[in-house]
Design a protein around this ligand. Structure first.
Ligand code: BJW
Length: 261
């Protein structure tokens, strides 16, 4: 978790604060970048260590799992351990506070790490599932592991079928509840906040496009340019663990001034 004094709001932050302060409904989309400061590598910046020479498009697919489930499971077990030993950072915590300040906020995450929930965000739409859950490939339901296992591969306790991580791979459908609720939020919000995502993977990246088409202010928080950057109304350049606390702090100060006790 990052500490220390926050930088003063600059002009862009002030504009973003103004947009947020008058918003009735804020839609937030997060990506791997928000968890980078928790020590979880992003997908397209770097796959570190043992996995440095593999691309997500080669590992996060049903075809890769069919070809070599043991190899894919090794990647997921490595990431599970990393996630279990990590903590939410200042960016995750700032979003908990933002949800208290905004009249209504929908938090959509592409992340599978559960760090928003651990930070205290009450309602999180998990667009790409959750890495810490197992799903039975036969029954297609979240399942418990059979204690006996099956060689090196985990098996379903109820039917003995092969288990896989409960995540969404390329070419697979987004869970329908999250898909519909996120699209509804993008269609209803009056500010859209895109945080720590390369905006390359669809349909998640299409949510900001819905907001742009509606003429709703779009704020991007990212240290690097993305495909969304040139369309966004406010681009807050920097790590979300620094930018989001500053943004929410400035919003909270304005809120106190508007609503003195
Ligand atoms: C910081 C930071 C700091 C660094 N602070 N920021 C339309 C056009 C073209 C293709 C398609 C399309 N529609 C669908 C597709 C196909 C495909 C797709 O999008 N392909 C693209 C590669 C082009 N989409 C799908 O297949 C999706 N399903 C689907 O569409 O179903 C319908 C259908 C079915 C069948 C046929 C046809 C249609 C499913 C997508 C599933 C994605 N799954 C993954 C893996 C999840 C499981 C796992 O974790 O293992 O999800 S892939 C990976 O990418 C993961 C992420 O959620 C996702 C997005 O990545 P994200 O979060 O943006 O991370 P990065 O690494 O890309 O970016 C990090 C960013 O953080 C960078 O910008 C940094 O600068 C920044 N950053 N430090 C803030 N400190």
């Amino acid at each position: 978790m990052s500490g220390g004094p926050l930088p003063p709001p600059d002009g862009l932050v002030a504009g973003a604060v103004e947009a947020l302060s008058s918003a009735r409904h804020v839609c937030v989309l997060t990506g791997a970048g928000i968890s980078a400061e928790s020590g979880i590598p992003t997908f397209r910046d770097a796959l570190t260590g043992l996995w440095a020479s593999f691309r997500p498009e080669e590992l996060a697919t049903p075809e890769a799992f069919e070809r070599d489930p043991e190899f894919v499971w090794q990647w997921y077990e490595w990431r599970r351990e990393l996630i279990r030993s990590s903590q939410p950072n200042a960016g995750h915590l700032a979003l908990v506070r933002l949800a208290r300040l905004a009249p209504s906020l929908t938090l959509v995450t592409q992340n599978v790490d559960g760090l928003h929930q651990r930070a205290g965000s009450p309602l999180v739409l998990e667009y790409h599932g959750n890495i810490l859950r197992d799903r039975c490939v036969v029954e297609q339901i979240v399942a418990e592991r059979s204690p006996g296992g099956g060689g090196n591969l985990p098996r379903c306790a109820s039917c003995g079928g092969l288990l896989r991580p409960d995540v969404v791979w390329f070419g697979e459908m987004i869970p329908v509840e999250a898909l519909v609720a996120a699209e509804d939020a993008a269609n209803d919000c009056d500010v859209f906040l895109s945080i720590g995502t390369s905006s390359l993977v669809y349909p998640a990246a299409g949510l900001a496009e819905i907001a742009l088409q509606r003429g709703v202010p779009v704020i991007e928080v990212n240290p690097s340019p993305t495909d969304l950057t040139r369309h966004a109304d406010f681009v807050l350049r920097g790590p979300s663990g620094t930018i989001l606390p500053a943004l929410v702090e400035a919003l909270g100060q304005g809120d106190s001034a508007r609503n003195p006790q």
